[in-house]
Design a protein around this ligand. Structure first.
Ligand SMILES: [Zn+2]
Length: 306
């Protein structure tokens, strides 16, 4: 196996991904990843079919991709590692062999975790390393290191990432896991609200957040759509500091009384005061609407602080 060629292709893939994430943010379109990057005049897709991808000119796998529909337990193994299931049940199939070669040489891989289906979108975690191969369970176990460290230490060859780097890998894996959860929550919430602010209908995704109703610092602040609302930056901030709230049973917005009496510029007038009494833009499906019980907790704090 040509390790120099392998290293060059991986380095080109990683730097292309860095650029795309800078341009498009943390979640990338499936189409972009399928199109891929340029390597010495040749187009190199990062993903072709579901699962493992190995460029023709390499012996080892380059990317591992999950599908949107596979169960949660397929992806996480406690806090310490990701699980990547074999494709099919034969450990000797080409894709499982390609992943095994990456394991044997401790080559850095790209892990793509689906967070949306139509169109497909992925959180990209890189670099990840296969740390265990379990032919009985038909699974590989992966660990991540933070992308910044990957390029800072020039450790794309993986050789420097043994022994004392266990902690770095654990940290990187936990970080990646949090990123996956956050990105997945955001995708689901924004989709449920048709990518608009539930309060002012602003439709620019770059200005939209998936706001938690029960804060995620709270034990009950699960990343589920009925604990979220798609809100623009200003309304997310106003909701978090209880400048406004939502009546739990009518879904009407109420603005703090003291704020209603202020006189100021257009943001106060149109952006906040005029929302008072307006109904939220809600998801169509009942189970995706904000949970009235969660809103009640926010509402009671709002009423006390008003
Ligand atoms: Zn808004």
């Amino acid at each position: 196996m040509d390790l120099n060629l392998d290293r060059d292709v991986r380095a080109a893939a990683f730097s292309w991904l860095d650029e795309q994430i800078k341009l498009h943010g943390d979640v990338l379109d499936g189409g972009l990843l399928r199109f891929g990057f340029d390597f010495k005049g040749h187009r190199m897709p990062l993903a072709v079919q579901q699962g493992t991808h190995k460029p023709k000119i390499l012996d080892a796998a380059l990317t591992l991709r999950t599908s949107f529909d596979s169960p949660y337990s397929d992806h996480f193994d406690g806090e310490e590692s990701f699980i990547y299931r074999y494709r099919g049940t034969n450990p000797q199939d080409w894709d499982n062999r390609a992943a095994r070669i990456a394991h044997e040489h401790q080559l850095p891989l790209i892990y793509m975790h689906a967070v949306a289906k139509n169109p497909p979108r992925y959180v990209v975690v890189r670099p990840v390393y296969i740390v265990a191969d379990d032919p009985v369970d038909l699974a590989f176990r992966l660990q991540a290191i933070p992308a910044e460290l990957g390029s800072l230490t020039g450790s794309l060859g993986g050789a420097s990432l043994t022994g004392s780097d266990t902690l770095t890998r654990r940290y990187g894996t936990r970080l990646a896991r949090t990123r996956l959860h956050q990105a997945s929550f955001r995708e689901k919430v924004l989709a449920a609200y048709r990518t608009q602010c539930a309060m002012c209908r602003l439709k620019h995704p770059k200005l939209l957040d998936a706001a938690h109703i029960t804060p995620d610092s709270d034990e009950l602040g699960e990343p589920i759509v009925c604990n979220g609302m798609s809100l623009c930056r200003i309304h997310h901030g106003a909701f978090d500091v209880h400048y406004l709230s939502v009546e739990p049973d009518t879904y009407r917005i109420r603005v703090r009384a003291a704020l209603m009496e202020e006189r100021d510029g257009p943001m106060l007038k149109h952006g906040l005061q005029e929302l008072d009494g307006i109904k939220l833009q809600l998801p169509r499906k009942l189970e995706l609407k904000p949970d009235p019980e969660r809103l009640r907790a926010h509402w009671s704090e709002f009423s006390e602080s008003a």
